[in-house]
Design a protein around this ligand. Structure first.
Ligand SMILES: C[S@@+](CC[C@H](N)C(=O)[O-])C[C@H]1O[C@@H](n2cnc3c(N)ncnc32)[C@H](O)[C@@H]1O
Length: 394
């Protein structure tokens, strides 16, 4: 692994405190914890986890850049889709994991422009520090609409309107497994034997886990059969449970999820033998989840077939699935770009470059997908009009 920059003293101290907490948890659990437990603590342990603590995270001064941070065009396009759904469902938005608040600000400003301001914009945010940042961003960018924004600590019991989550599913803890010649192991975490820190350790999987893994791999590998040697990947059960729960509470309206990932056949492709786990630290992507716990993001790609199955268990219909690029183009990205004022050449160039990053296959355009589910709304979402890949979800 390339040498990564070292954190400052305060951040390093917080990470050491989190490591101690994880070490105590591992000891309490008899020397081994599942990777999902480790990831939960590394990202969400109160006060210390990556998303629970106050570090910068998003944008140029943080660890990664998300689409709404990159370009206002992203939220402007989503606004078009929301305005359409407001014609057949209540004009209300619930956004999960709202990051810096950039998407909420873009959406509210554009919906105002379209004459479709939502009555309420509720944000479900686990991080107190991010909530504060969101409030500041919204107060600065859409002061007249701040009164419509409300922060929630937990899932609302019933939802009507539009649910949004951009890059939220990838931040939910995953279980890791190793498959070898039909035998399934759960990959967990132990304290390293040769110094401070952690190491992976595999245990024979429970019957239930082994059955689930075999079922999903069989679906993906089909006739081609199993690969030779070790095959390591993830199960995003928490993301699936979240989709099913939120979908179950959506009484009328739509749910739009944007994230990176694949349909199941591609997610568990026999050649993707090392899975999709990735860590983000100061704009570097690497594969070591034990590097400075609490100071880096840990993510896994999304199995969109599993997301569709989860929504369908809660009675929601799939309204569309496509690449993020195609979705944004269908929502009018190119027309919006063409209308951008060109007097300020520097600003125009920045917007054009951000559009290129959103659309390019080599950047976010193809790996990132948009998927939508609905109840009581027509199957005519503008974001999926020209090409819809629902069929690829199996
Ligand atoms: C990669 S960030 C994306 C932030 C933002 N949506 C954006 O696009 O810039 C992932 C966010 O999801 C949030 N998150 C993860 N699980 C969540 C849950 N169950 N409910 C609400 N937010 C959650 C995290 O706290 C974090 O803020």
């Amino acid at each position: 692994m390339e040498t990564l920059p070292l954190p400052g003293d305060e951040a390093a101290g917080a990470s050491r405190a989190l490591v101690q907490q994880i070490v105590r948890t591992i000891a309490r659990e008899g020397g081994w914890i599942g990777f999902d437990r480790f990831m939960q603590m590394a990202l969400y342990e109160p006060g210390l986890g990556y998303y629970a603590a106050g570090s910068r995270k998003f944008g140029p001064g943080g660890d990664f850049v998300t689409a709404p941070e990159l370009s206002p065009l992203f939220g402007q396009c989503l606004a078009r889709q929301c305005a359409h759904w407001f014609e057949s469902a209540p004009a209300a938005i619930v956004e999960f994991g709202a990051g810096s608040g950039a998407l909420a600000a873009q959406l509210l400003a554009t919906l105002a422009e379209l004459g479709a301001v939502p009555d309420t914009y509720r944000i479900v945010e686990v991080s107190a520090a991010l909530r504060e940042r969101q409030r500041e961003v919204l107060a600065a960018r859409v002061p007249a609409l701040l009164g419509r924004v409300e922060w929630l600590d937990a899932l609302p019991p019933r939802i009507e309107g539009v649910v949004l989550a951009n890059e939220v599913l990838d931040a939910m803890p995953v279980r890791l497994f190793r498959w070898r010649d039909g035998v399934v192991f759960e990959r967990g975490v132990v304290c390293a034997s040769d110094g401070p820190g952690f190491a992976f350790a595999d245990e024979l999987a429970s019957r239930a886990l082994a059955d689930l893994v075999r079922e999903r791999l069989a679906e993906a590998w089909g006739e081609a059969g199993a690969p030779a040697g070790d095959y390591v990947s993830e199960l995003g059960e928490q993301a699936e449970a979240w989709v099913e729960t939120v979908a179950g509470r959506l009484e009328r309206g739509a749910m739009l999820l944007l994230d990176y990932g694949f349909p199941r056949a591609e997610f568990y492709h026999s050649q993707r033998a090392h899975g999709t786990l990735q860590c983000h630290y100061r704009h570097r992507v690497h594969g070591d989840p034990f590097f400075w716990p609490g100071l880096q993001d840990i993510t896994a790609h999304v199995d969109f077939t599993a997301a569709r199955e989860a929504a369908s268990r809660a009675g929601l219909a799939a309204l569309g699935y496509n690449s993020q690029a195609r979705f944004l183009i269908d929502c009018g990205l190119l027309e919006r770009l063409a209308r951008y004022p060109r007097e300020d050449a520097g600003e125009w160039l920045r917007i054009a470059q951000s559009a290129q990053m959103l659309l390019s296959e080599a950047e976010m355009g193809e790996l990132f997908k948009a998927i939508a589910f609905g109840r009581g709304v027509p199957d005519d979402a503008p974001g999926f009009v020209t090409r819809d890949r629902r069929g690829a979800l199996g």
